[in-house]
Design a protein around this ligand. Structure first.
Ligand code: 5AD
Ligand code: FES
Length: 369
């Protein structure tokens, strides 16, 4: 019954399936095998990858989705990353800063909405001194001792990271952006260095933060080889979270004419990373939701288990623009949560009220509390 042509197709399918099975079992493949998964255009094989990643996600996290309340507290930045809309050289960016009181109000509102993790994200803005930040961290933790606090404020020196950890910060997000030094240098101005970025990630881990690294998918000049290097870095660093979303051009950057990164490739990477590090926290990012109206839902189905809705005050949301056409810039926090809950439920998942720690840290967090 099975004709020759069908037989060929079955063999190809089996090959991809075997790779996926091995990745699930051994959490590793050769560079060439990673590339063949990422490059495969076989719909059945790709569906199998998604299916296995979703199964692993479910085994560990059930159908739960963790939410993190993102507070974009400043869009001033001393850096000039070539791809980023809030880089210091962009004279068209409307700059703003939130006060300590405004940040605390965002947290209070978020708490009422069910958030038990807050993420303070901003450009690298020296206006807030190390002590100012420590003060904000202490105030958030004092008001909400049952919540986790994540920082996403870029590259600093180790003693600063220690100070903030001692003030109560639990987690730190610092995307490595690309694990290839030359590619890193092509995306960043000369005063930024790949070595320092990686040193920061190492320091953060050593201090005891739950750490998130990550990269853009489809950033200018990115190759499959670079993505494999990203996977190797992730394996080596063993971060608690990996943030990835498609690159989206910003009109006021030199990459304005470039195309948006592939949603399909982003989804594949989410699945591959889920199989590589089964327990890792994987957000379905706003960039993914911007590149595709159903991107976040597709992300959850491909192995993601975290969403990071915006808690920033409505009047500043439209200003924190790293890329064009960012979604959710007009909505109130409560609206976003309502909208997301509906979307999540429709996709077959549920948002939970929880700090949503990495499993390795859950016992630790409980004993702290
Ligand atoms: N497209 C997609 N993601 C971007 N980021 C910055 N600029 C862009 C862009 N143009 C990502 C970077 C950064 C994170 C906060 O946002 O990876 O680390
Ligand atoms: Fe913000 Fe839907 S998640 S409006």
């Amino acid at each position: 019954m099975v004709g020759l042509v069908r037989e060929g197709e079955i063999t190809a399918m089996t090959k991809l399936q075997q790779l996926v099975d091995r990745l699930e079992k051994e959490h590793d493949l050769t560079d060439e095998e990673f590339v063949s998964i990422l490059e495969s255009g076989d719909p059945d094989g790709n569906a199998y990858l998604t299916e296995r990643a979703a199964a692993v996600r479910e085994k560990i996290y059930d159908r739960d989705v963790y939410i993190r309340g993102l507070i974009e507290y400043t869009d001033h930045c001393r850096n000039d990353c070539r791809y980023c809309g809030i880089r210091r050289g962009n004279k068209n960016a409307e700059r703003y800063r939130l006060s300590r009181e405004q940040i605390l109000e965002c947290c209070d509102r978020g708490y009422e909405l069910g958030f038990r993790t807050f993420v303070l994200q901003g450009g690298e803005d020296p206006y807030y001194t190390d002590e100012d930040m420590a003060c904000i961290i202490r105030a958030v933790k004092e008001r909400h001792p049952d919540c986790a606090l994540t920082l996403s404020v870029g590259e600093r020196e180790k003693d600063t990271y220690i100070k903030w950890y001692e003030a109560g910060a639990d987690r730190y997000l610092l995307r490595h952006e690309t694990a290839d030094r030359e590619h890193y240098e092509s995306l960043h101005p000369a005063e930024m260095s790949y070595g320092h970025r990686i040193q920061c990630l190492r320091d953060l881990k050593e201090i005891g933060y739950q750490v998130g690294c990550g990269m853009m998918v489809g950033s200018p000049g990115q190759t499959m080889g670079h993505l494999v290097k990203d996977l190797r870095l992730i394996q080596k660093l063993q971060p608690e979270m990996v943030g990835l979303g498609p690159f989206i051009p910003h009109r006021d950057t030199e990459y304005a004419g470039c195309s948006t990164g592939s949603v399909e490739l982003t989804l594949k990477l989410l699945s591959v990373i889920r199989l590589m590090l089964p327990q890792v926290l994987l957000p379905a990012t706003t960039a993914l939701g911007t590149a595709d109206a159903k991107g976040r839902e597709k992300g959850l189905k491909a192995g993601a288990n975290v969403l990071m809705p915006n808690l920033s005050p409505t009047d500043v949301r439209g200003k924190y623009l790293l890329y064009d056409d960012k979604i959710c810039t007009g909505e109130e926090a409560a609206e976003c949560v309502r909208c997301l809950s509906l979307r999540v439920e429709k996709a077959g998942y549920r948002i939970v009220v929880s700090r949503g720690d990495h499993p390795a840290y859950t016992a630790l967090a409980m004993s702290d509390f």
